[in-house]
Design a protein around this ligand. Structure first.
Ligand SMILES: [Zn+2]
Ligand SMILES: [Zn+2]
Length: 575
């Protein structure tokens, strides 16, 4: 599937065009087409076999369709190549800095010749930027903050995208000479973002060479960086580095453990081993007195057990207390996909979702759910087609009717805006008609910590609110969290018995793992919502489960594991 790759080309065109005098509608059209391509559930290269069909997709059209086909056949888009020639490559990095739009980037480039982040930083610190019109003290401060944010988040993939690449590689790889194959590193630990992708495998004896040969020739490969007998590196067409290592069968577990990390977890394990006169490496566990022959290493279980530890699931390996818990046999029994009975946050075509409630219910049945909660936006969120009150009542009626003969039970919910003064976007007599209310901040991100925290607290004090959606508002690689005191939110969530959401949308994952653990430790329940705007996005539930697992959550900590009857009872408790 090359959708993401193609979407990136069009985003790039839009970004570069924004530095020219191009008509804003045209720029918007490129952006729109990128968004459409990105969220297509089918592979664009399949659709593109029929040009008419491709061009007829809303938001694409004839001219974009031609560019898609141009890219798929030549690997390039002429229009983009021209634009790239016009601007130095560092400019794109400048555009990704929050608070620095195209207008300012253009000014910096034209007036001061700034064409990369380092020069920008230098000029900002020296106080040169202040000389430009519109660059006040506060703006410059924001730019410096933005640079910090970009340099941290640079080049890391969303977990969801990294997993897709790995799935494609493994699917294409189907090689009967391979006995076992596993991605390791931060991907196996299900960290929210992933740098390079590391894959381990073990092969039948004598087949190493042919497996490597196949790897460097997979269809995802753009460039082969290294091609060795036991290790090769490639970059994919979406410019991600993937390394494959071939490991001997009898030390596979040791290598898998070692390359899964985290570094801190492994350091702690080595210390523990040393106390027992053992050493651990990627080649196995050895006695300090005999480093030639490993005493174990075939499986990961062996390694943990020789250190008198319970087996530690990869998601917990961050040295956040899991080694102590494994020694005391108090590791949590982590929540699993099979525990999930429903999704608490799905948009229908009543607001900005793509599908009807019926389509959502059918998809939920495929996923094996007992119930779904349809949450559309509330009335003030006009950009997302928020529902006015008459429309909301219409939806409530439709759901009541559908529930009479629906196997999957439907709860009528709403994602209700917390307005900038802390009031909710529907009055109480409307809220009380809903089965489920999540309250969310979508506006006023620039308010002070006190204001934003207070807004959320006042929402929690409303007895009709069940959960707070995406509590920190961050977008991974795009936007830091708004100023919110999460400790205080957790304290009030406990006090008011309001849940906090783990929003499972790949760029949100909000709450994150650390805050989810913190919430659990303070007795707060969590709801996992995919925030799906298309039924295919209901699959994001896995992303939410990964966050929950990394946050040490068990079945009982998460409302999605309740049966329909349990859920209804639980939701009525607050009212
Ligand atoms: Zn939202
Ligand atoms: Zn939403």
């Amino acid at each position: 599937m090359r959708n993401k790759e193609l979407a990136e080309q069009f985003y790039l065109i839009a970004q570069l065009l924004s530095l020219t005098d191009e008509n804003p509608f045209k720029i918007r059209a490129y952006e729109k087409s990128a968004q459409v391509i990105e969220s297509l559930p089918e592979a664009i290269e399949e659709i593109a076999k029929d040009k008419e069909k491709l061009a007829s997709i809303p938001g694409i059209g004839k001219s974009i369709a031609e560019k898609v086909i141009e890219y798929l056949t030549t690997g390039k888009i002429q229009r983009l190549e021209e634009l790239k020639k016009k601007f130095p490559s560092g400019i794109l990095e400048l555009l990704s800095i929050p608070g620095l739009g195209p207008k300012r980037v253009k000014l910096l480039y034209e007036k001061l010749g700034i064409k990369d982040v380092n020069t920008l930083k230098e000029f900002a610190q020296k106080g040169v930027l202040n000389t430009l019109p519109g660059f006040g003290e506060k703006i410059v401060q924001n730019i410096l903050e933005g640079i910090k944010f970009v340099s941290i988040s640079e080049k890391r993939l969303f977990l969801f995208d990294a997993m897709k690449i790995v799935d494609e590689i493994i699917a294409e790889f189907k090689n009967k000479n391979i006995i076992q194959i596993d991605p390791c590193g931060s991907l196996r630990r299900r960290k929210e973002t992933v740098g390079d992708i590391d894959i381990l495998c073990c092969t039948l004896a004598g087949k190493e060479k042919s497996v490597m040969e196949q790897f460097v020739n997979l269809s995802v490969v753009e460039k082969v960086l290294a091609h060795g007998e036991t290790k090769s590196s490639i970059t994919t067409k979406s410019n991600v580095q993937v390394d494959l290592r071939i490991i001997p069968k009898d030390v596979y577990g040791a290598a898998l453990q070692y390359f899964t990390g985290s570094k801190q977890h492994n350091i702690h394990l080595r210390e523990l081993a040393n106390k027992k006169n053992l050493t651990i490496s990627e080649y196995g566990v050895f006695k300090i007195t005999n480093k030639t022959k490993p005493i174990c290493g075939k499986t990961e279980q062996e390694i943990y057990s020789i250190l008198n530890l319970d087996y530690i699931p990869p998601e917990l390996r961050e040295d956040r207390g899991e080694i102590e818990a494994a020694a005391n046999h108090t590791l949590p029994k982590l929540i699993e996909r099979k525990d999930i009975k429903g999704d608490t946050h799905i948009h229908s075509n009543y607001s900005d979702g793509a599908n009807t409630i019926k389509e959502i219910v059918d998809y939920a049945e495929q996923l094996g759910y007992e119930w779904v909660i349809i949450c559309d936006h509330s009335q003030s969120l006009k950009v997302a087609a928020g529902l006015d009150i008459p429309m909301l009542y219409k939806k409530i009626e439709e759901i009541k009717k559908m529930n009479k003969n629906s196997k999957v039970k439907i709860l009528c919910g709403a994602e209700v805006d917390i307005l900038s003064d802390g009031r909710l976007d529907y009055p109480d007599d409307v809220l009380k008609e809903l089965d489920f209310v999540i309250a969310a901040i979508h506006t006023g991100f620039k308010q002070s910590e006190e204001q934003i925290t207070q807004r959320i607290i006042s929402a929690m004090e409303n007895k009709f609110v069940h959960s707070i959606s995406h509590p920190t508002g961050r977008l991974i690689n795009k936007r830091p969290a708004y100023n919110v005191n999460v400790q205080k939110i957790v304290e009030y969530a406990k006090k008011t018995a309001v849940m906090l959401e783990i929003n499972a949308f790949p760029e949100r994952l909000d709450l994150d793992d650390v805050y989810s653990k913190y919430a659990k430790e303070h007795g707060v329940k969590l709801s996992i919502g995919t925030d799906a705007h298309h039924v295919s996005q209901m699959e994001y539930i896995d992303q939410g489960i990964y966050v929950a697992r990394r946050g040490w959550l068990e079945k009982k900590d998460v409302v999605n594991t309740m049966s329909y009857a349990e859920l209804k009872k639980f939701l009525s408790l607050r009212r």
